[in-house]
Design a protein around this ligand. Structure first.
Ligand SMILES: N[C@@H](CCC(=O)N[C@@H](CS)C(=O)NCC(=O)O)C(=O)O
Length: 223
């Protein structure tokens, strides 16, 4: 985060993302779910724009997303979603009010954000190819390995607490992180048959306007 002094507060809200980035997809869902209008500025991962000086000034990690809100720049999709939930408390909440429930929802979101996604992102797959000679098949097998590991645990975690959604009967941060991860899984042809609960919830999510509006194929930079 940068520039949070009230002197710099602006009205602009800009999401720097990429249509197929699942981390940017999470933030799009959260913004739509909270009815917070934003400008979507593409940073092409295909062209390597995430490593441009302009983008590194927003996010020194050279990753998307970055969100500018009220004059401050935020990175890390989980931190951004939690920021939005706290900064705009009068919009639909993504975290429950009860501490134990909050911890349950965060555990699910973090399982995806910290334990599945980092192993399967572009720079890791590029590294596997460049340093270890992995072809498309090898990279798919790698992704499937880590996705199955995480999704199996998520299915088990969800069984006692799922309702219409992954944690209870209202949309939470857990759902915001589930849908993009399953999109990624399909992209890599990972078999989702062993996860009937996750698939049932994902189907419900695809019917929600906020989730639909955030879908990769609906973004202006989609190819
Ligand atoms: N933990 C970060 C992960 C961000 C991330 O890995 N973004 C990917 C796209 S999903 C990216 O920008 N990859 C570019 C690259 O690997 O060069 C977050 O949740 O924001």
């Amino acid at each position: 985060m940068s520039d949070v002094s009230s002197a710099n507060l602006g009205n602009e809200r800009v999401l720097y993302g990429y249509w197929r980035s699942s981390a940017a997809y999470r933030v799009r869902i959260a913004l739509h779910h909270k009815n917070l209008p934003f400008e979507n500025v593409p940073v092409s991962l295909a062209k390597g724009e995430q490593r441009s000086a302009e983008h590194l000034a927003r996010n020194p990690q050279g990753l998307v997303p970055a969100l500018v809100d009220r004059g401050a720049t935020f990175t890390q999709s989980l931190a951004i979603c939690e920021y939005l939930d706290e900064a705009y408390p009068d919009t639909p909440r993504l975290l429950p009010s009860h501490p134990a429930e909050r911890a349950g929802v965060r555990a699910m979101a973090q399982l995806v954000a910290c334990d599945i996604h980092p192993l399967c992102n572009l720079r890791v797959l590029n590294y596997l190819e460049a340093e270890f000679g992995q072809d498309a098949g090898g990279k798919k097998a790698w992704v499937a390995r880590w996705l199955h590991d995480g999704l199996a645990a998520l299915e088990t975690l969800a069984e006692p607490v799922a309702g219409d959604y992954l944690f209870g009967d209202t949309v939470t941060l857990a759902d915001v992180f589930l849908a993009p991860q399953l999109y990624n899984a399909r992209r890599f042809d990972v078999d989702l048959a062993p996860y009937p609960l996750l698939r049932r919830i994902d189907e419900t999510l695809t019917e929600l306007p906020s989730f639909r509006a955030a879908e990769p194929s609906r973004q202006p930079d989609a190819q």
